[in-house]
Design a protein around this ligand. Structure first.
Ligand SMILES: Cc1ncc(COP(=O)(O)O)c(C=O)c1O
Length: 427
């Protein structure tokens, strides 16, 4: 029996403290869905409750009010399908997407707005890049710090003998060694794929140095900026990045269902999703013009209305400094806690706001559940879709408890989290 919340390990979880989720929307077959959930009256409880959201590495929450207002405004006042008509409402919807492309291109110092592709999420952007660029017989260099959004497409291609992949280990703190990248590149290396920051250790990789090496070897450089877009400066040009993938819904503070891929001038990925673009309908295959060659189907225009507004309010440098201050407080606060091991670099200035830890006296998933149910603290427990990183850290297969503060996390919330983890570790 666990003394903290009196639940036998493996027994069904009790309802969360502030919202009886099952009463709100029962699983299929166990009752009707209460429509108050759909209209939002219950979903607001999470915001009203005294809960602490520390899963910003998955998706940031809450979103700025400007984002919600822009989405509502778009749907109420426009809502036409961008590019799917020459009437003014549809043209205005297209203009809005163009404005988002321009802002993203400026933010990342990328090549051209039309080569900024609007995607569903970072996974979608990475798939467009990986599947669009690689040809049979190519060699790829990537790292153990990658997310499954990179690992899985590459593993699937390697398993069917389409490409050959070199997986580079990181050091014990999660950093990729640029010299190891240089040594792994061969004459048939077409792509080097590296995450800008690990979503497990938060380690910020030396992307500029790696970019220089990749360019010298004339390979293509794909960077997964899932954990850095919106907090760490990215210059596609200065970092010699050919393909930059980023989610709109993490530190860029946009809604879920948004992502971007900046495609450099040195590469023209083949489309892996084909279909309607709203124009050029007589063309029997995907039209060659950017962005349409890589964008087929109705876009998430309402989501990009939100992302467009988010891009006007983000403050990357301040947010990173804030998150690093919170990490420092978390690391200091847990330094003397018996049995708590923190993964990665103890120096918070070399990482984004993500901290993985284990507690000797408690299983990872149990710790996540107790933090949620007994302390109202939402963290993620497990492998975080990055299994190779855990194999290197020695935390496979259980993974870690991941605490990821964001722009809206307060010092007081971090202090309450330190106190809660201290209680778990010493219970
Ligand atoms: C490093 C990294 N890459 C890719 C992804 C996938 O992003 P998305 O959920 O937007 O598809 C994530 C998500 O957490 C991530 O942390």
């Amino acid at each position: 029996m666990n003394r903290l919340h009196g639940r036998v390990r493996g027994a069904p979880l009790p309802a969360p403290c502030n919202v009886n989720w099952h009463a709100v929307c029962s699983p299929a077959g166990q009752g009707d869905c209460d429509e108050s959930f759909i209209t939002g009256s219950q979903s607001g409880n999470w915001g009203a409750a005294d809960m602490i959201y520390l899963d910003n590495a998955s998706t940031t929450w809450p979103k700025p009010p400007e984002v919600l207002a822009a989405m509502t405004r778009f749907q109420e006042q426009n809502g036409a399908n961008p590019g799917r008509g020459a009437y003014r409402m549809a043209m205005a919807a297209s203009d809005q997407l163009r404005a988002v492309r321009a802002k993203i291109t400026r933010l990342f110092d990328a090549d051209a707005p039309e080569r900024t592709i609007l995607c569903l999420n970072c996974t979608d952007a990475l798939n467009i890049a990986i599947k669009g660029v690689l040809r049979e017989g190519d060699h790829v260099v990537t790292t153990a710090a990658e997310h499954n959004a990179v690992l899985r497409p590459l593993r699937a291609m390697a398993d069917r003998g389409f490409v050959d992949v070199t997986w580079l280990d990181t050091d014990g703190r999660g950093y990729v060694d640029p010299q190891a990248v240089a040594q792994a590149i061969t004459p048939s290396t077409r792509l080097v794929a590296v995450t800008h920051a690990s979503n497990v250790t938060g380690s910020i990789q030396p992307i500029e140095t790696i970019g220089r090496i990749v360019r010298e070897h004339d390979a293509l450089f794909l960077v997964d900026a899932a954990q850095t877009a919106g907090v760490v400066d990215v210059s596609v040009k200065q970092m010699n990045i050919d393909l930059l993938a980023a989610p709109g819904h993490k530190a860029l503070l946009g809604p879920m269902g948004t992502g971007v891929l900046c495609v450099g001038e040195r590469v023209d990925p083949s489309p892996w999703r084909e279909g309607g673009t709203g124009g050029d309908s007589a063309h029997p295959v995907q039209p060659p013009e950017y962005p349409y060659i890589l964008e087929a189907g109705t876009p998430n225009a309402i989501g990009f209305a939100g992302l467009g507004a988010a891009l006007d309010v983000i403050t990357p440098a301040e947010t990173l400094a804030h998150e690093q201050r919170l990490l420092a407080r978390l690391i200091d606060g847990l330094a003397d806690t018996p049995g708590v091991a923190i993964a990665g670099d103890p120096d918070p200035t070399r990482r984004v706001g993500t901290l993985s830890l284990t507690i000797a006296s408690m299983a990872v998933d149990e710790a996540g559940a107790v933090l949620d149910e007994s302390f109202d603290i939402a963290v993620r427990a497990g492998l975080h879709c990055a299994p190779l990183m855990h194999k290197l850290l020695g935390t496979f297969p259980a993974g870690t408890v991941r605490v990821s503060p964001g722009r809206y996390t307060t010092v007081e919330e971090i202090d309450r989290t330190v106190e809660a983890i201290n209680k778990l570790a010493t219970a």
